[in-house]
Design a protein around this ligand. Sequence first.
Ligand code: GLA
Length: 478
Amino acid sequence: MAGQPGFYVYILACENGAYYSGWTTDPARRLKTHNSGKGARYTRMNGPSRLVYLEKLPNRKSAMQREQQLKRMDHARKAALLAWNPVQPVREPEKTEKSSVFVPAERFSVIAPGRVNLLGEHVDYNDGIVLPAAIDREVRLEVTALAEPILKLNALDLGLSAEIPLEKLKAGKDTRGEPMPAFARYPAGVAWALQSIGLETRGLEATYRSTVPIGAGLSSSAAVEVAFALAWKYLGGWNLPDMDFVQLCQAAENHYVGVQSGLMDQFSSYFGVEGCALRFDTRSLDWRPVQLPADTRIVIADTGVRRTLSGSAYNERRADCEEAMRLLRAWLPEITALRDVTPEQLEARAQGLPERVLQRARHVVEEIARVEQAEKCLERGDTRQFGALMAASHASLRDQYEVSCPELDSMVALANRIPGCLGARLTGAGFGGCTVNLVESDKVEMFIEQLARDYHENVGIAPSIYLCRPAQGAHISM
Ligand code: GLA
């Protein structure tokens, strides 16, 4: 981000084909140092190098840890990593601070990606662990700073505009005193959340488009929230720890829009790492990028069915989890979230919970256990077992959490019959939207074609199915 140091790991391809990896805060300068023969003995011995891989990490510690991971990878694995990430342009470090006083540009763009979740559904508001990735579908804002405290919005995909006074957000009205249109509540909610802790939200006009389909379980709304928050951060020149920043975006959704969502979506849109999934512990807020097996690809399949009443159904699920907690505390007073309950403990208390509440809690505790197992599968490259966990997750979301729908179930069942499919499940909140599929790389094109054909024939809707590349998180672009 503008004016802030970054922490990166990089891979250089040397003239003789060897790879060299390291970490740095300044990729361009580091490359120069290597090519002047002063970077490392290895690069000096193996000839001039090209930067072929760059990944941004949140802090020094994770950059150093990631460097160790890269150093442990053999040549083939590094080559596979690069296949996920064809040469990224080496961006010069952003130099927006021309004088000691930071003056933001008056016109700039902000990009914030959507996300797909591989495993760990409906656990982020139960302190669980999730495995999402930011995706190469994004919201793009073209922002112009304004002198007056007004938020002018032009949502090109919706063909809607609105003007919101930034001074009276609580009232939920536009500048004419009419109730604010629904689409405006996301950016307005972000301004409201930032103001609530005294951060400046300058007037701005934003014209925006999104390639994240709306209401499809790919976090189009979190991408909008994160993009606007970043625009205000840039214009205001204020700083905030990154995790606090995404929590304010979540607060906008929880308290202004009125959906009691967890933190996964805003987290993923902001912290995304190219080519990697993110292992995010929503209790400790620790996270790290996770390499997916080199010979697999992520495919997103959009059923074309959109969620209805998803906000209220989502809040009901959350309320069921709270009810489970309230009842379970009678036996297990030390628990603070369903994360603390093992599947065995839950079964031992099953008699004491109403059937629906028991089913919801079962999904959560078993899903959290599945994510723990999935991490081990990834460590040993066991994609079959990872896929089996995805299948179990879908069945549980369908039968116990009851957030699936016939179209999602068909998309999953059809995918499972196609050669090369390792695992398929609904992704995101559910009630319609998309499935996520883990597919063997060499069969991915055939998989996409056949799934599109089978779904169209069986369900009567022509679906959008696409290969997804894990993407970088939100950023400013000049
Ligand atoms: C929505 C919410 C997330 C998460 C998922 C389900 O996307 O915004 O916080 O709860 O549903 O896993």
